[in-house]
Design a protein around this ligand. Structure first.
Ligand code: ADP
Ligand code: MG
Length: 556
C-alpha cells in the first residue's frame, strides 16, 4: 500500500576487525566512559572506523551514536573532527567530554574572537582529541587553515541525513563536506544518523563520495513505544483525556504552528497541567529556560513545534503526542523516538484528520516541482500510516526497509499498536457504500483518485467537479452519510480486498475484474469497516447547501 522509493543497491561489506584494538576500545569504554558493555552495533562501528574503513551507521535516537566516534577519537593519533548541525548540542557534548577528562573543543559562530583564538591554539598544540564544528565553518578558510597544520584522523558527520534533500532536515552546508573529505583524504569518514531511508542512505554515500563504505543499520524497532492513532475530532479534549490518565508523566506534544503551541499551553495551564511552550518565536532565553525546565523535570510537558528535540537526551519521556500531522514518517519516527529511551513503556499518539493532510499539501504547493514531488511522497507515506488498517509498526518499519522480526518473548509483553491491540475489526455489510463508490469510479471513466471520487459522493461543487460536469452524475451527493475520512478508509479496504486498484503516480482508481463482477452482480460485500465516531465534517460539503439537506443519516 505504501509508496516506496526504488531501493538503491548499496553493498554492505563485512570484514574482520583486528582484535587487539577492539580490546583497547573496550577498556576505553569502561575506564573512560564508565560503561560495562557496548550497545548493539557500537562495537562493530568502532571496529570498522579503527580499521580505517569509511563507515555509515544508522542507529536509532538514543542508540549511542556518539560513542562510535568518541571511543576511536581516544585511540587515533590525530584529531577527530565532528560536524554537528546544532551549536547548542556541541556545547553540551564538549562539556560532557570535559567532565570525563577528555580534551575536546568546539569552534562555531557563538564564540567571541578571544575564545575562538584560545580554542584554536589548543587544537594546534595537538592536545585536543575531538573538535566539534558547524558545517558552515568547514566552508570557510579559517578552520581549514587551522586543520591543515594538524593531523586529522577521523571526520565524523553527525546527523548525516542533513546531507540529503530527501531527508527531513536538509542543510545545504552539508553538501560541501565532500570537499573537506578530499582535502583531508587520509582521514577515515564516519557518517551517523538516526533516520535514513534507502534513498537518504544512498545520498549520504554519494554526496560524501564514500568509497565502498561499510554500512551498519540497526533495527528501527522501538518495541517499548506503543503506537496509536486517533481520529482528530475534538483534539484539545482528546489531549486532556490522555493527560488525565498520566498525571505527572513527562511528555512532548508536537503542533504544526507556533500559535497552536501557545493556544494549547494556555488550555493546559488553565487546567493546572504543568506545561511550557517551545518554538522559534520565543526569545532565546525563554526557550532555553523552558527546555531546561523540561529536561530537569521541573515541568512535565513541553508543547512544541518541530524546532524542539534534536539531540534532546531525556530518558524518561513517557509519551509523545502529535496534535497535528507531521510531514513525513522520518520526522514522525524521529519525534516519537524521544519517548521511552529508558526502555520502559511509552506511548505515541497521533491525532489525525484528513484536513491536516490537506493543510500540509497546501503548503507544499509553494515548493519547487522537484521538492514538492518528494514532499508529496513523504506526505502520502505519513497519511498511509495514519489511516492504516493493519499493524502500524509493520508499516513504519517497512518504510525504513525493515521487516518486523517474529516477536520475541519480551516483545509480546508489550502492546504493539492500537490496531494489533484492538484485534480484528468485525466485518460489516458495506455493499451499499461500496457500490456507490465503485459506480462513481466507473461513471467518471476510471480516471480519478480517491479524493475526487469522495468529493463527488459528498456533493462538492468545487470547480474541477463542476467543470467536468460531474455534479450532474447520479452518484453526485449520494455519499453524505459518510465522512470524507470514511470514504478514504472504505477505499483502502476495497483496495486491500482486491475490488479496486490504485494506479500510477496519482493513485488513479480502477476497478479490478472482481470489482466489476461484484458491482454488476450486486454481490454482498463485507469488510472490517469502522465508521469514524464523529459526524461527517462540514468542510467536506459545499457551504451553499442548506443544512437540512446535509443532515447525517443514522444508519450506514
Ligand atoms: P544518539 O546520538 O544515538 O541519539 P547518544 O550517543 O547521545 O545517542 O547516547 C544516548 C545515551 O546513551 C547517552 O546518555 C549515553 O551516555 C548512553 N550510552 C551510549 N552508549 C552506552 C553504553 N554502551 N552503555 C551505557 N550507556 C550508553
Ligand atoms: Mg546523537
Amino acid at each position: 500500500m505504501m509508496s516506496r522509493f526504488p531501493l538503491p543497491d548499496i553493498p554492505v561489506n563485512w570484514y574482520y576487525i583486528p582484535m587487539p584494538r577492539l580490546d583497547t576500545a573496550r577498556q576505553v569504554l569502561s575506564t573512560v566512559f564508565g560503561h560495562r558493555e557496548f550497545r548493539p552495533l557500537q562495537e562493530e562501528v568502532i571496529g570498522s572506523v579503527l580499521a580505517g574503513k569509511d563507515t555509515v551507521a544508522i542507529m536509532p535516537t538514543g542508540g549511542g551514536k556518539s560513542l562510535c566516534y568518541q571511543v576511536p577519537a581516544l585511540l587515533f593519533d590525530g584529531l577527530t573532527v565532528v560536524v554537528s548541525p546544532l551549536i547548542a548540542l556541541m556545547q553540551d557534548q564538549v562539556s560532557a567530554l570535559e567532565r570525563l577528562g577528555i580534551d575536546a573543543v568546539f569552534l562555531n559562530s557563538s564564540l567571541d574572537r578571544e575564545s575562538w583564538r584560545a580554542a584554536a591554539s589548543r587544537v594546534s598544540s595537538g592536545s585536543v582529541r575531538l573538535l566539534y564544528v558547524a558545517p558552515e565553518s568547514l566552508a570557510g578558510e579559517r578552520v581549514l587553515e587551522l586543520l591543515d597544520a594538524c593531523t586529522v584522523s577521523c571526520l565524523t558527520i553527525d546527523e548525516a541525513h542533513c546531507i540529503s534533500d530527501w531527508g527531513h532536515d536538509f542543510r545545504p552546508e552539508y553538501r560541501s563536506l565532500s570537499a573537506f573529505r578530499s582535502r583531508f583524504s587520509p582521514a577515515v569518514t564516519l557518517a551517523l544518523t538516526a533516520t535514513a531511508t534507502a534513498q537518504v542512505r544512498s545520498d549520504i554515500v554519494a554526496s560524501l563520495k564514500l568509497h565502498k563504505p561499510v554500512i551498519f543499520v540497526s533495527s528501527f524497532n522501538r518495541p517499548n513505544i506503543y503506537l496509536s492513532v486517533s481520529a482528530k475530532t475534538k483534539p484539545v479534549h482528546q489531549v486532556l483525556e490522555f493527560l488525565a490518565e498520566r498525571p505527572g508523566q513527562a511528555g512532548i506534544i508536537y503542533c504544526f504552528s507556533r500559535k497552536q503551541v501557545d493556544d494549547l499551553v494556555n488550555e493546559l495551564t488553565v487546567r493546572k497541567f504543568s506545561a511550557v511552550p517551545y518554538h522559534a518565536g520565543l526569545k532565546d532565553d525563554v526557550r532555553m529556560q523552558n527546555q531546561e525546565a523540561f529536561l530537569d523535570g521541573s515541568v512535565d510537558i513541553v508543547v512544541a513545534t518541530v524546532a524542539f528535540g534534536m539531540g534532546i537526551n531525556k530518558s524518561d519521556v513517557r509519551f509523545v503526542i502529535h496534535f497535528d500531522l507531521p510531514k513525513s514518517l522520518e520526522q514522525y519516527y524521529q519525534e516519537i523516538g524521544r519517548a521511552g529511551r529508558d526502555g520502559k513503556a511509552a506511548t505515541a499518539l497521533l491525532l489525525y484528520s484528513y484536513g491536516d493532510t490537506r493543510k500540509i499539501a497546501f503548503f507544499l504547493e509553494e515548493k519547487s516541482e522537484r521538492e514538492s514531488k518528494k514532499a508529496v511522497i513523504h506526505l502520502k507515506a505519513m497519511t498511509d500510516y495514519a489511516s492504516a488498517r493493519s499493524c502500524r509498526r509493520n508499516l513504519l518499519l517497512s518504510w525504513f526497509g525493515e521487516t518486523l522480526q517474529p516477536v520475541s518473548p519480551v516483545d509480546t509483553l508489550l502492546p504493539c499498536c492500537d490496531i494489533c491491540t484492538r484485534g480484528a475489526v468485525d466485518e460489516v455489510d458495506v455493499t451499499i457504500p461500496a457500490q456507490k463508490f465503485m459506480s462513481c469510479i466507473v461513471r467518471t471513466g476510471e480516471r480519478y483518485g480517491t479524493g475526487y471520487i469522495a468529493d463527488i459522493l459528498l456533493g462538492s461543487r468545487q470547480e474541477r467537479i463542476v467543470g467536468n460536469g460531474h455534479h450532474k452524475l447520479s452518484t453526485w451527493g449520494i455519499g453524505r452519510d459518510l465522512s470524507r475520512e470514511d470514504w478514504f478508509s472504505l477505499c483502502a479496504l476495497l483496495v486491500d480486498a482486491g475490488y479496486i486498484r490504485k494506479t500510477g503516480e496519482y493513485g488513479v482508481l480502477v476497478l479490478t475484474r472482481d470489482g466489476r463482477d461484484a458491482l454488476s452482480a450486486r454481490e454482498v460485500i463485507a469488510l472490517p469497516f469502522e465508521k469514524s465516531a464523529e459526524p461527517p465534517i462540514s468542510r467536506a460539503r459545499p457551504r451553499s447547501l442548506p443544512k437540512r439537506k446535509v443532515r447525517r443519516k443514522k444508519e450506514l
